[in-house]
Ligand binder design. Structure first.
Ligand code: HEM
Length: 405
C-alpha cells in the first residue's frame, strides 16, 4: 500500500471502519511525540482494548502524565533488582523441567504470564493461578472479535473473564493494603500522595490488570521468536552462548551480571525488528491536521504500522533477513529512533522496555547454559499478526540437553 499510495492512505479495518494509515518515520515522530497534545491513545486503543479500562495506556494528556509518574518508580533499577529474584526462581523451575521437543510459544507464554502475575499481581504460581491464567487467555481472545454480547460470543466470554479477574483483584485489595508485600499490586494499594489521598480502588485494579496484560503477551511473543531465531541461526546461538560463558553469570544472575550483553541485545533487537509484537499503534486526533498534502478530519482513526519502517530497505539493508550484526556494528543508537519502534516512542513509550530485556536475558542465560536449541521442522513458523504478533498454532523446538561441564 505504501509503495502504491505513499505514506498516507486509508484502509477498511477495525470492523469496517475507514482508518488512516500513516506509514513512515516522520509520521511516527509527529504522532508519537505529539507535542501539540492532539493524539488520543485512549480513543485509539479502546476500539480493541476497551477491556483494559483505566490502564495507563488508555489515559491521555495530563491524566496520563500523572498516572505514568505514579507508575515510574516500579520500573526503576532498585525495583527491577528486587523483581529479578522472583523472575530467576520462576525461570529456574521452568528450565529445569525442559527437555526434548516442546512448543516454544507455550513455554514462553506460561513463563511470561507466571512472571507478570507474580511481579505485578503478587500471585505465586499454583492452583489458584490456573483460573487467572485461563481468564487472561479468554480476555485476549476477545480483543479483536465483533462486539456482540450474545450468549456464547467470544466478546461476551472475554467480558465475563475480565469481570471475574477484576472482582478477584478487588476482593484481594484490602488484604494487600494491610500487608507489606512489595509487588506492584500491594504497593499501589498502599500508595498515597502528600495529603494522604490514596489511588481509587478501581485505578489500582485497572493498572495491575493492564500491566499483567501488557507485560506477558508481548514478552512471550518476543522470547518465543528469539528461541526460533537462535535455533534457525545456530551461528548466532553460538555467539550468544559464548557471550554468556565469558560473562560467567551466577545460577541466579544479578542485574549487573545481565548488563553489557551486546550480542544478545542485538539478537533481541533484530528479532523485534522482524517480528514486532505490536503491529499497529492506534490513535485518534482531537483536532484536524494536515499530513502529506491531505487534510485529516478530527476524530479519525489513525494507525502507525511499525513493520513498514522495520522492513524498509532504505533504513535496513536486506530488510527481510535476520542480521543482528546491524545492531552491533553501529548500535541501535545510529538507527533513527522513530524507525525502530517495537516499544513505541514518545509519550506512551513502553514502560517495560528494560524489564522485558532483563527478563529475556535471564531466561536465555539459564536456557542456553543447559540446552542446544534445534529446529523441530524446517518450515518457517506460521505467524498471526493481531491482536499481538505470535506463532499461529505451535512453535516446536528441540531442547537438547548439553553435557554437564
Ligand atoms: C517485548 C516486550 C514488549 C513489547 C514489544 C512492548 C510494546 C509496547 C508498545 C509498542 C507500547 C506503546 C503503545 C502505544 O504507543 O500505543 C507499549 C506500552 C506499554 N507497555 Fe510494553 N511492551 C513489551 C513489554 C512490556 C512489559 C514487560 C511491561 C511491563 C512490565 C510493559 C508495560 C507497558 C506499559 C505500562 C505501556 C503503556 C505506557 C503508557 O501508556 O504510557 N510492556 N508496550
Amino acid at each position: 500500500m505504501k509503495a502504491r499510495h505513499g505514506d498516507c492512505f486509508t484502509v477498511g479495518l477495525l470492523r469496517n471502519r475507514r482508518v488512516v494509515v500513516l506509514a513512515g518515520q516522520a509520521a511516527n515522530r509527529y504522532v508519537l511525540l505529539d507535542s501539540d497534545g492532539n493524539f488520543s491513545s485512549r480513543l485509539g486503543w479502546e476500539v480493541a482494548l476497551d477491556v483494559l479500562g483505566g490502564f495507563v495506556l488508555l489515559r491521555d494528556f495530563e491524566d496520563h502524565a500523572l498516572h505514568r509518574t505514579l507508575l515510574r518508580p516500579f520500573f526503576a533499577a532498585d525495583a527491577l533488582r528486587r523483581d529479578l529474584v522472583c523472575i530467576n526462581g520462576l525461570i529456574r523451575d521452568e528450565v529445569t523441567a525442559l527437555g526434548g521437543a516442546a512448543d516454544a510459544y507455550r513455554l514462553a507464554k506460561r513463563l511470561a504470564l507466571d512472571i507478570a502475575l507474580a511481579v505485578f499481581g503478587g500471585f505465586e504460581p499454583g492452583r489458584n493461578v490456573e483460573a487467572i491464567y485461563s481468564d487472561t487467555v479468554r480476555v485476549l481472545d476477545g480483543v479483536m472479535t465483533r462486539r456482540s454480547r450474545w450468549p456464547g460470543s467470544r466478546y461476551r466470554r472475554a467480558l465475563q473473564a475480565r469481570d471475574r479477574l477484576r472482582a478477584a483483584l478487588l476482593a484481594e485489595l484490602p488484604r494487600r493494603r494491610d500487608g507489606d508485600a512489595s509487588d506492584l499490586f500491594s504497593r499501589l494499594s498502599r500508595l498515597a500522595d502528600e495529603s494522604g489521598r490514596a489511588l481509587r480502588d478501581q485505578d489500582v485494579v485497572d493498572h495491575v490488570f493492564g500491566m499483567v496484560f501488557a507485560a506477558h503477551e508481548t514478552t512471550a511473543s518476543a522470547m518465543a521468536l528469539v528461541m526460533y531465531s537462535l535455533a534457525r541461526h545456530t551461528e548466532w546461538q553460538a555467539e550468544v552462548r559464548a557471550e554468556i560463558v565469558a560473562r560467567r553469570p551466577g545460577e541466579a544472575p544479578t542485574l549487573d551480571e545481565l548488563s553489557e550483553m551486546p550480542v544478545f541485545e542485538a539478537v533481541f533487537r533484530e528479532t523485534l525488528r522482524l517480528y514486532a509484537p505490536i503491529q499497529l499503534l492506534p490513535r485518534r486526533n482531537v483536532r484536524p491536521f494536515d499530513w502529506s498534502g491531505h487534510r485529516i478530519p478530527a476524530n479519525s482513526h489513525i494507525l502507525l504500522p511499525p513493520q513498514v519502517c522495520h522492513r524498509d530497505a532504505q533504513a535496513f539493508e536486506n530488510p527481510d533477513s535476520f542480521q543482528p550484526g546491524r545492531f552491533l556494528e553501529g548500535s541501535v543508537r545510529t538507527v533513527d529512533p522513530f524507525t525502530w519502534i517495537p516499544f513505541g516512542r514518545g509519550r506512551h513509550m513502553c514502560m517495560g522496555t528494560h524489564f522485558a530485556l532483563v527478563e529475556a536475558k535471564a531466561f536465555f542465560v539459564a536456557l542456553l547454559r543447559s540446552f542446544d536449541l534445534e529446529l523441530a521442522t524446517t518450515n518457517a513458523p506460521a505467524i498471526e499478526h493481531l491482536p499481538v504478533l505470535r506463532p499461529s498454532g505451535s512453535l516446536p523446538i528441540v531442547f537438547a540437553r548439553r553435557p554437564a561441564r
